[in-house]
Design a protein around this ligand. Structure first.
Ligand SMILES: NC(=O)c1ccc[n+]([C@@H]2O[C@H](COP(=O)([O-])OP(=O)(O)OC[C@H]3O[C@@H](n4cnc5c(N)ncnc54)[C@H](O)[C@@H]3O)[C@@H](O)[C@H]2O)c1
Length: 278
C-alpha cells in the first residue's frame, strides 16, 4: 500500500497503459482521477473500482480541461502523483509528406499536453510539499523505426522535457521521470488506423502474435508491465530518482534483431559461411 492517502491523476486512463496504471495505483491505496476522452471506458473503470477511481472527461489538448482535472484532484487533497500518459498514433506521414495541421495536432496531443500537465500540477504539488510526475514517452524517442515521424519527435520531446522539468522542479520536491514502453499490446495500433469493434479485435489478435516475437523477451508486452514501472517511479522507493527514464521494452532496443534472434543472420554469420572449411 505505497500510495495510501495519496491522490493520483492519470491521463488516458480509460484504456491500455493508463487503465492498468490507474488500477495498480488504486490497488496500492491511491485515490485515482482518470482523465480521458473516452467516457464509456472511463465510466466503466470508475464504476467497478469501489470508489477508488473517479472519471473526469478530459481532452488533454485543452488547457482548460487539464486545469479542471488537476483542480478536481486538488479538491481531494492532491495531486500527489501525475501520470501524463494520454496519447494516440498521430500523423502517419513521413517527413517529405507531412502537413502542418497534422504535425500541430500530434504535438498538441503528445507533447504540449505533457508540458501543460506539468505546468499546472507543479504549483499544486509545491503547495503540498512535493509530488511525483511520470510521463509516457516511448522507445520511439530513441531511434527510428518504432513509430511515425511526428509521434517519435513528440516522444523525444517528452523525454527531454522530463529532464528540464526535473531540473526546474527539484526545488519544490517534485520528481519528474519518464517511462519508455516498447511494443505493448493495446488498442493504440488499431485505433490509429481507425479500426473499431470486430475489426479492432482482429487487429489486436494480430498484434498479440507480433508482440510475441518482436523483442528478446518472447511474449507480448502488457500494460501491467508499464504500470509496475510507473508505480515504482511514483513511489517513495524512487525518492532519489529524478530526470531520468525507465525502458520497459522486453529488450527491443538492445540492438539489431540479429544480435538476439538466431534465425536472423548478421554480417559475421554471413561471412562465416564464406570461410574455408578446415
Ligand atoms: N502501446 C504501445 O506499444 C506504446 C508504446 C510506447 C508508448 N506508448 C504510449 O503510451 C500511452 C498510452 O497508450 P496505450 O498504448 O495505452 O493506448 P490506448 O489507445 O489503449 O490508450 C490511450 C488512451 O488515451 C486516450 N486519449 C487519446 N487522446 C486523448 C485526448 N486528447 N485527451 C484525453 N485522452 C485521450 C484514449 O481515449 C485512450 O483511452 C500513449 O502516450 C502512447 O503513445 C504506447
Amino acid at each position: 500500500m505505497r500510495f495510501s492517502g495519496k491522490v493520483a491523476v492519470v491521463t488516458g486512463g480509460a484504456s491500455g497503459i493508463g487503465r492498468a496504471t490507474a488500477l495498480r495505483l488504486a490497488e496500492e491505496g491511491a485515490t485515482v482521477l482518470v482523465g480521458d476522452l473516452d467516457m464509456a471506458g472511463g465510466e466503466e473503470l470508475a464504476g467497478t473500482s469501489n470508489g477508488r477511481i473517479r472519471f473526469v472527461r478530459t481532452d488533454v489538448t485543452s488547457e482548460a480541461d487539464i486545469l479542471a482535472l488537476l483542480n478536481a484532484a486538488a479538491e481531494l487533497g492532491g495531486p500527489d502523483i501525475l501520470f501524463n500518459n494520454a496519447g494516440a498514433g498521430g500523423l502517419r506521414a513521413k517527413i517529405d509528406e507531412i502537413d502542418a495541421a497534422g504535425w500541430d495536432r500530434t504535438m498538441d496531443l503528445l507533447l504540449r499536453s505533457v508540458a501543460l500537465g506539468i505546468r499546472h500540477a507543479a504549483p499544486l504539488m509545491a503547495k503540498k510539499g512535493g509530488g511525483a510526475i511520470v510521463n509516457t514517452a516511448s522507445v520511439a524517442a530513441l531511434a527510428a523505426g518504432a513509430a511515425p515521424t511526428a509521434y517519435s519527435v513528440a516522444k523525444a520531446g517528452v523525454l527531454h522535457l522530463t529532464k528540464l522539468a526535473a531540473a526546474d522542479l527539484a526545488k519544490d520536491k517534485i520528481r519528474v521521470n519518464a517511462v519508455l514502453p516498447g511494443f505493448i499490446a493495446t488498442n493504440i495500433f488499431a485505433s490509429s488506423i481507425g479500426l473499431e469493434g470486430e475489426a479492432r479485435e482482429r487487429a489486436n489478435a494480430l498484434i498479440q502474435g507480433v508482440g510475441q516475437q518482436a523483442q528478446p523477451i518472447q511474449r507480448p508486452g502488457r500494460p501491467e508491465d508499464i504500470a509496475a514501472a510507473v508505480a515504482f517511479l511514483a513511489s517513495e522507493d524512487a525518492s532519489f530518482i529524478t530526470g531520468t527514464h525507465i525502458l520497459v521494452d522486453g529488450g527491443i532496443s538492445v540492438g539489431p534483431r540479429h544480435s538476439w534472434d538466431p534465425s536472423t543472420p548478421g554480417l559475421f554469420e554471413a561471412l562465416a559461411a564464406l570461410a574455408p572449411t578446415e
